[in-house]
Structures are given as structure tokens and as C-alpha cells.
Design a protein around this ligand. Structure first.
Ligand SMILES: NC(=O)c1ccc[n+]([C@@H]2O[C@H](COP(=O)([O-])OP(=O)(O)OC[C@H]3O[C@@H](n4cnc5c(N)ncnc54)[C@H](OP(=O)(O)O)[C@@H]3O)[C@@H](O)[C@H]2O)c1
Length: 264
């Protein structure tokens, strides 16, 4: 389905939360190399500016704005910045996320547990709301929420992550129903278990903390890596790019994975 940027032939404008590190950084590079203007956000200014400069060095039109995804005023300001600087926000990729605490749920600190809900769920809701103010008015836009298999299936000992991602998948379904006739697509996307970001950091964190539950997850990831079952970064980013281009607009509300065969 052709929309906005595709119809006019201009470069799509894509905002990626948490775009300076891990998967978000890889998404920014893939989308930028395919011709999109990419705007990345996060809380860590040093990492953001470094990522922005690296993207620009690769001839990508890139901008970076410090913004906490859970902060409504910051979310509105970043969307206004994109609209004011580049003309229109075509695609929002809600990628910012936290892994949350690991261990038997009843032994976890509820504040730490809730922080993952704040970033993963509230952050997605807050950023999406800021973007939808413009997208609905223009009757055009796409929102892609980065989720996980852990939100579809249980993930004992990582319940904040599992429950928050499940909530984002359900938020996606509801937002898609609300915006279906308003020209907006909302999808959730599971990129696979990718050897980057939280997956890559997991083993180091487990070794440093001595937490047996983190070590259990790290051993499982090691087994998946040894069996060649991790998703290549290139596959995770290529499917995301197809979603930003509209390849699954007809499936608004659905949970898409790195294994989905999307029409070219
Ligand atoms: N790696 C995997 O295998 C995998 C698999 C499935 C899903 N995912 C999902 O992919 C997304 C990216 O994860 P990752 O693996 O790349 O982890 P990561 O390297 O830890 O990246 C997380 C990103 O989120 C940002 N962030 C965290 N809290 C934020 C906040 N309050 N406001 C704005 N930005 C915030 C971080 O930037 P700052 O620190 O600068 O704020 C960072 O850029 C997450 O949603 C994760 O659940 C990852």
C-alpha cells in the first residue's frame, strides 16, 4: 500500500527510540542506507551523538534527540522536532526497551520490575500517542513496536520483560483497531534472538552478577548460539525495513516475526 513518502517519492522520515545502541542502532543503519532520514532518541547523550555522527559518516541523513521515552513532554518535543525539521513523521519504531530484573518473581524488587513496564509499555504508549496526534490528522503513518517471543509465550524468571512485551502486543492490536480507518498501520515485530543488545550483554551481566537465574538464561543463549539458532542482525533489520515500507500494512495489529515472508 503506497502512502505518504512512497506516493511523493521523497525519503521517508523514521524516528527510532533507543536508536543509538544495540538493535536500534542496527535498525537506524539499515533504514538510513535504504534512503530513509533517521532520527534516533535515547537518554544517553554521548552514545546518541556518537551514533548520529557514525550514521552521517556513512552518508545517512541522521539526527539525534535526547528523550526519555516515558516522559510525555519529551515525547511530544521529539515528535514536534521531527515534524518541524523534516516535514512529517512517516514511521515511528518503538524500540527502546529494558530487560528488567531476572529471578523468581516473588524475590524481585517491585520497583525494578515496574521500571521495565514503564519503559517497555508506558514508553510505547507515550511515544505512539505523540506520533498519532500528527499521523491521524494526516491520515498517514506507521508505528512498529519491537516486541519479543517472550510476550507471546511465558518467560519464567524474566516476568517483567515477558509481561510488558505481552502488553505491548495487546496495545498494538487495540491501537490498530482504533486507527484502521485513519490511514495508520500499527504492528508488533519480534526480531528474533539477535546477538546484539540485551542478548549479547546478558552473558557478561550474568558472569558479573553471579545471579544463577541470569546464568541460566546466559547458558540457554550460549546453547542457541552454538546451535546456530540466533537470528542474523541483517535478517532482523531487513524484515523491519520491509515493515517500514508498508509490506504488512494489510496486517495492521498483527504480531510479525523475523521469519515472516513479506511480499517484495
Ligand atoms: N537483542 C535481542 O535479541 C532482542 C530480541 C527481541 C526483542 N528485542 C527488543 O529490541 C529492543 C532493543 O533492545 P536491544 O537488545 O538493542 O537492547 P539495548 O542494547 O539495551 O538497547 C536498549 C535501547 O533502549 C534505550 N532506552 C532504554 N530506556 C529508555 C528510555 N526510558 N527512554 C529512551 N530510550 C531508552 C537505550 O538507550 P539509552 O540507554 O540511551 O536510554 C538503548 O538504546 C528492545 O525493545 C528489546 O526488548 C531485543
Amino acid at each position: 500500500m503506497e502512502r505518504g513518502a512512497e506516493l511523493t517519492g521523497r525519503a521517508p522520515i523514521i524516528l527510532i527510540t533507543g536508536g543509538a545502541k544495540g538493535l536500534g542502532r542496527a535498525f537506524a543503519e539499515e533504514l538510513g542506507r535504504s534512503g530513509a532520514v533517521v532520527v534516533i532518541t535515547g537518554r544517553d547523550q554521548t552514545a546518541l551523538l556518537a551514533a548520529r555522527d557514525e550514521l552521517r559518516a556513512a552518508n545517512i541523513v541522521a539526527d539525534a534527540v535526547v528523550a526519555d521515552a516515558t516522559d510525555k513532554a519529551a515525547a511530544s518535543a521529539v515528535v514536534e522536532h521531527v515534524e518541524g525539521t523534516f516535514g512529517s513523521l512517516d514511521v515511528l519504531v518503538n524500540n527502546a526497551g529494558l530487560a528488567g530484573p531476572v529471578g523468581p518473581t516473588w524475590e524481585l524488587d517491585e520497583g525494578e520490575w515496574w521500571e521495565a513496564m514503564e519503559v517497555n509499555l508506558r514508553g510505547t504508549m507515550v511515544m505512539s500517542s505523540a506520533a498519532l496526534m500528527y499521523m491521524v490528522r494526516r491520515q498517514n503513518g506507521r508505528i512498529i513496536n519491537i516486541v519479543s517471543h517472550a510476550g507471546v509465550y511465558r518467560w519464567p524468571y524474566a516476568t517483567a520483560y515477558s509481561v510488558s512485551k505481552a502488553a505491548v502486543i495487546k496495545l498494538t492490536e487495540n491501537l490498530a483497531a482504533e486507527t484502521r480507518r485513519l490511514g495508520v498501520t500499527v504492528l508488533s515485530y519480534h526480531p528474533g534472538l539477535v546477538d546484539i543488545g540485551i542478548t549479547l550483554a546478558g552473558a557478561e551481566k550474568a558472569a558479573a552478577s553471579g545471579n544463577p537465574w541470569e546464568q541460566r538464561i546466559a547458558s540457554w543463549i550460549e546453547g542457541e548460539r552454538a546451535a546456530g539458532r540466533l537470528t542474523p542482525v541483517a535478517q532482523a533489520t531487513a524484515v523491519l525495513r520491509r515493515l517500514t515500507e508498508g509490506a504488512a500494512d494489510h496486517r495492521s495489529g498483527e504480531y510479525i516475526t523475523f521469519e515472516d515472508e513479506l511480499e517484495q
